[in-house]
Design a binder for this molecule. Structure first.
Ligand code: ATP
Ligand code: MG
Length: 651
């Protein structure tokens, strides 16, 4: 055991619980062997490295187990990374890579270098030619990671492809045929569903579904291989930002519909009628709102109003009950769905903004008439609800992979869910160097106005010190409101939100310069790597300001994790107000009372801070329940469809 290996093993034993500890110890034991092979590889020329890689490939395809090939493969890829990227994998990264290969979830702190940590595991598992998928939270990160790591794979003779949201089928097929495919998690899921829908289309021409699925060309409609974009067997996936994808996003299923078309005039009438009524109705008088269930209900007087407001008749003359539901949905669209928070209007279309990633989701639609209600509210053309939809939950989709692994900086609060739902044990990998980020205590203000004023004052102070500042906001709307305040104060800054998404890479690249100020929605909340400009580290590094707390503690920690990376200095602080969205979880009355209290007397941060923790815990519990319900619903749905002999994913 070398000088490097032994302390590592000891450290792992000392710090972590039994299971995590065993896995890590096992990984640490092999670091020496990997380093040995790395040293051997260092003596080779580039051509010889490629040659060596081909030999490993042959051995993997000849049936040698990947576990046996691991030390050699990892050694070779480590040397390839050093040559091409000028980054030498740390011991902890080599341990993390083994954890990924074992099919577990590696928790490596933010900024520790997970992108590179994945590479040995990806390489090893791609050797047998069955395809490795690396899933992440957004298009930008998928492209960035693929481009960044490509030289390593190239030197080793493997091909890399990337999926992007707006890609055509031909490009997708090409990406999937590569040895390694990077992409946004939902793109992998949507491709799976699109393939199913396409095949369902053929099946409806008289071929039983399962036959069509197993032999897509049997109908003569398309040649085998053409109708399916994604390979049939899903072999190995590494999910980056695993908590975001497997926990946060897993609350809503992926749904894709057959072609959208405009709704008929009769259908439109109903939505417009409901929309007009919704605008006339008053809270508590005509309807009530249950925050916990997120449900609007008409009161007797609301129903009365609807009944006598000329309800539409004709082929779509719904029963009155159905019309009440339409009105309730419309009210919901008015009071709970806000433009530039939950959606944007683009080319006369409603485009959803994902609440966790802050990004446009042009392919997605809300279900059960909600999308149409929002379209009516905004006065844009109303699209038809489609009959056929293919649907899958993230939970069920990722379980289709023969082997699954994950990585994130923030897994801990959800360990049990990862283990139970995904069979992914969480293994905590220590950092390479101690983290010296300072977490300053939250500051609480009576309302947003006062809060923003304090934010502006703080930003000024920080620029004068030559630091870089990243300000996190929860919505496009808030990012723009704060931007106006900074402009008014004469502070030069950049904004990164769903409206400005094209400039993303450029904005991120400059965000670490001395005196740089960047306002960003959740778009920059995960995965972004801000490089510090000259002198910034000396003056204290990047300062991350959160202007609201999010629904889960993990999400806040990710934002804070944009600073203090790789042992750099950095600070994180949250500026909160009593009218923040999060406190709605305490109940509308309670929040109102708090806001009024805040107006009457100066507020002390310590007293109020706890409220935000309580609200956050409540939201976490609520979302957990939604995931459990969704899984039960999905299981039931699949069983019913299977009993009918149909595709369990399409109805
Ligand atoms: N072995 C290494 N040696 C030196 N620098 C490294 C090494 N590995 C990674 N880095 C650097 O660390 C920084 C962070 O890397 P990366 O973005 O992959 O981290 P991460 O763990 O994915 O963070 P996050 O949790 O925020 O996504 C990058 O600038 C990268 O160049
Ligand atoms: Mg990352």
């Amino acid at each position: 055991m070398s000088r490097l290996g032994m302390p590592l093993v000891n450290q792992f034993y000392r710090l972590f619980g039994s299971k995590s500890e065993r896995w890590l110890a096992r990984a640490a034991l092999r670091v020496d062997a990997i380093r040995y092979h790395e040293a051997q590889a260092a003596k080779l020329s580039d051509d010889e490295i490629r040659h060596q890689s081909m030999r490993l490939r042959g051995r993997a395809r000849g049936g040698e187990t990947l576990d046996r090939l691991l030390p050699e493969a990892f050694g070779l890829v480590t040397e390839a990374a050093r040559r091409t990227l000028n980054l030498r994998l740390y011991d902890v990264q080599l341990a993390g890579a083994q954890v990924l290969h074992m099919g577990a979830l590696a928790e490596l702190a933010t900024g520790e270098g997970k992108t590179l940590t994945a590479v040995p595991a990806v390489y090893l598992n791609a050797l047998n030619g069955k395809g490795v998928h690396v899933a992440t939270v957004n298009d930008y990160l998928a492209r960035r990671d693929a481009e960044w790591m490509e030289p390593v794979y190239q030197l080793l003779g493997l091909s890399v492809g990337v999926l992007q949201m707006q890609m055509q089928d031909q490009q997708r097929i090409k990406a999937y045929r590569s040895d390694i495919t990077y992409g946004m998690a939902s793109e992998f899921g949507f491709d799976f569903l699109r393939d199913r829908l396409r095949i369902k289309g053929q099946a409806s021409q008289g071929v039983p579904f399962w036959e069509a699925w197993q032999n897509p060309g049997s109908n003569g409609a398309a040649k085998a291989g053409e109708s399916r974009v994604q390979p049939e067997f899903l072999h190995y996936a590494i999910v980056d930002e695993a908590d975001s994808i497997l926990i946060d996003e897993a609350r809503t299923p992926l749904i894709i519909s057959t072609a959208t078309q405009q709704a008929s005039p009769e259908e439109q009438v109903v939505y417009h009628w409901a929309n007009r009524l919704a605008q006339m109705m008053a809270f508590n008088e005509h309807y009530t709102f249950d925050h916990k269930k997120q449900k609007i209900e008409l009161t007797e007087s609301g129903r009365h109003l609807a009944r006598y407001a000329n309800p539409p008749v004709g082929p779509h003359s719904h029963a009155m009950d159905k019309l009440f539901e339409h009105v309730e949905r419309s009210i919901f669209a008015h009071v709970r769905y806000h433009r530039d928070v939950h959606y944007m209007i683009e080319n006369n279309k409603v485009v959803i903004i994902d609440e966790y990633t802050g990004r446009r989701m042009p392919d997605r639609h809300w279900r059960d008439g909600l999308h149409q209600a929002v379209e009516a509210k905004e006065g844009v053309p109303i699209n038809k609800q489609s009959d056929h939809a293919a649907q899958v939950t993230f939970q069920n989709f990722f379980k289709l992979y023969k082997k699954l692994a994950g990585m994130t900086g923030t897994a801990a609060p959800n360990n049990r869910e990862f283990a139970r739902v995904y069979k992914l044990p969480v293994v905590v990998v220590p950092t390479n160097r101690p983290v010296i980020r300072e977490h300053l205590p939250d500051r609480v203000f009576p309302n947003e106005e006062v809060k923003f004023t304090a934010v502006v004052a703080k930003v000024k102070e920080l620029i004068d010190q030559g630091r870089a500042v990243l300000i996190g906001t929860r919505s496009v709307e808030k990012s723009e409101a704060l931007s106006a305040k900074l402009t008014a104060a004469g502070i030069v800054h950049q904004v990164l939100n769903a409206r400005q998404h094209e400039l993303e890479a450029k904005v991120v690249a400059k965000a670490g310069e001395p005196g740089a100020v960047t306002i960003a929605t959740n778009m920059a909340g995960r995965g972004t790597d801000i490089k510090l400009g000259a002198g910034v580290a000396e003056s204290g590094g990047l300062f991350v300001m959160g202007t609201e707390r999010h629904d889960a503690r993990r999400i806040d920690r990710q934002l804070a994790g944009r600073c203090g990376r790789q042992g750099d200095p950095g600070s994180a602080q949250f500026f909160l107000a009593l009218d923040d969205e999060l406190l709605e979880a305490l109940g509308a009355e309670k929040q109102q009372a708090l806001i009024q209290e805040g107006q009457r007397r100066p507020i002390q941060s310590d007293r109020y801070r706890r409220l935000f923790d309580v609200a956050q815990k409540r939201m976490e519990a609520r979302h957990y329940k939604q995931r459990i319900d969704l899984m039960a619903y999905d299981r039931h749905r699949q069983e019913v469809l299977k009993d009918l002999g149909a595709d369990p994913y399409v109805d």
